[in-house]
Write a protein that binds this ligand. Structure first.
Ligand SMILES: Nc1ncnc2c1ncn2[C@@H]1O[C@H](COP(=O)(O)OP(=O)(O)OP(=O)(O)O)[C@@H](O)[C@H]1O
Length: 286
C-alpha cells in the first residue's frame, strides 16, 4: 500500500462490525434479488476523487456471487479505493468524493436511505495488518454478535466462525487467551473469524496476506478458496501469482484508476486482450 493509513486507520474496529437494527433500505440476504442471476456487486461508471485527484475513473464491472474476484494493478492505481467504495469505507475520508453507482444486490449503497454501518455488517472487511482487539480469542469473535445483541447460542456461533476460519483446531483450548498472543497468520484468521461471525454476504480483503510469511500466506489462500463456497470474496493483492492461484475473476487496474480489463482469471493471465495488461502481468512495467 502506498497509503496504508487509508485502510488501517480510517475506521475503528467497532465501525467495521457494529450495526444498527435497521437495514437502511438493503434487504436481508435471503430476500435480496441480485441484479442478474449471479451478480452481487456492480459498479456503473464509478468515479472517485480525493480532492482534485481522480483515483477511480469510470469503472463499470459486475462481481459475481460466491466467487473470488481479485483486483490487481500497480501501486496507486485505485484498487483499495474501489474496494472501500463497496462498503462505503471511503465515507470516513473527508477528501473522498464518489460519483456513479455502486450496486449491492441491485441497490445503490450510496442511496440516502442506506445505513453504512448496517451495510458493513453485510459486507465485512479484512485488512492488510491483522487487527484483533486486545481481548480474548473468544471475545474477539463474539464482539460483533454482542454489539448486535445476537447472543443466543453464542458458544456455538463462536465455534462455528473459528472453524470456518480454519483456526478452531489451533485455539480451541485457549479461547480465554488474548488474541494478540497469536501468530500473525493466526491473528489474520481470527480477524476473518470475527468478520464471518457477523454473518456477512461479502468479504472484502485488502492484501490480507502481505504481512504474513509463506506458510501463513498459504493457509490464508486455502481459506479464501474455501470461503468462496459460501461468501463472495473480493481481494486486493499486489501478488499476481496469488491472484492467479486463488481468484476466479480478475480486474486489472492501471495508473489513473482505469479498469483496463476484467474477466476470468485464466483468460486474463493466459491471453489478455490488452497489450497494457500483458505488459503488466509479464512484468514489463508496474
Ligand atoms: N486518503 C487519501 N487521501 C488522498 N489521496 C488518497 C487517499 N487514499 C488514496 N489516495 C490516492 O488515490 C490513489 C489511489 O490510491 P489507492 O490506495 O486506492 O491505490 P492502490 O492501487 O490500492 O495502491 P497500493 O497498491 O499502493 O495500495 C493514489 O494516488 C493515492 O495516493
Amino acid at each position: 500500500m502506498n497509503d496504508d493509513t487509508t485502510t488501517t486507520s480510517v475506521a475503528t474496529d467497532d465501525q467495521l462490525i457494529e450495526t444498527d437494527p435497521g437495514m437502511g433500505g438493503l434487504s436481508e440476504r435471503e430476500e435480496s434479488t441480485p441484479v442478474t442471476e449471479s451478480t452481487v456487486i456492480e459498479s456503473r461508471h464509478l468515479n472517485v476523487w480525493y480532492n482534485d485527484t481522480q483515483a477511480i475513473r469510470d469503472v463499470s464491472m459486475e462481481i459475481p456471487e460466491n466467487q473470488v474476484t481479485a483486483m490487481i494493478g500497480p501501486s496507486g492505481c485505485g484498487k483499495s479505493t474501489f474496494l472501500r467504495c463497496i462498503n462505503r469505507m471511503n465515507d470516513l475520508i473527508d477528501a473522498a468524493r464518489v460519483e456513479g453507482e455502486l450496486l449491492f444486490n441491485g441497490k445503490d449503497v450510496y442511496d440516502e436511505d442506506v445505513d453504512p454501518v448496517a451495510l458493513r455488517r453485510r459486507i465485512g472487511m479484512v485488512f492488510q495488518q491483522p487487527n484483533p482487539f486486545p481481548k480474548s480469542i473468544y471475545d474477539n469473535v463474539a464482539y460483533g454478535l454482542r454489539v448486535q445483541d445476537r447472543t443466543d447460542n453464542l458458544d456455538e456461533r463462536v465455534e462455528r466462525a473459528l472453524k470456518r476460519a480454519a483456526l478452531w483446531d489451533e485455539v480451541s483450548d485457549q479461547l480465554d487467551e488474548s488474541g494478540l498472543e497469536l501468530s500473525g497468520g493466526q491473528q489474520q484468521r481470527l480477524c476473518i473469524a470475527r468478520a464471518i461471525a457477523a454473518d456477512p454476504e461479502v468479504i472484502l480483503m485488502d492484501e490480507p496476506a502481505s504481512a504474513l510469511d509463506p506458510v501463513a500466506t498459504s493457509k490464508i489462500e486455502d481459506l479464501i478458496d474455501d470461503l468462496s463456497e459460501e461468501y463472495t470474496v473480493v481481494i486486493v493483492t499486489h501478488n499476481m501469482q496469488q491472484a492467479a492461484r486463488i481468484s476466479d475473476k480478475t480486474a486489472v487496474f492501471l495508473t489513473g484508476g482505469e479498469l483496463v480489463e476484467f474477466g476470468n482469471t485464466n483468460e486474463i493471465f493466459e491471453n489478455p486482450e490488452s497489450d497494457r495488461v500483458e505488459d503488466y502481468i509479464t512484468g514489463k512495467f508496474g
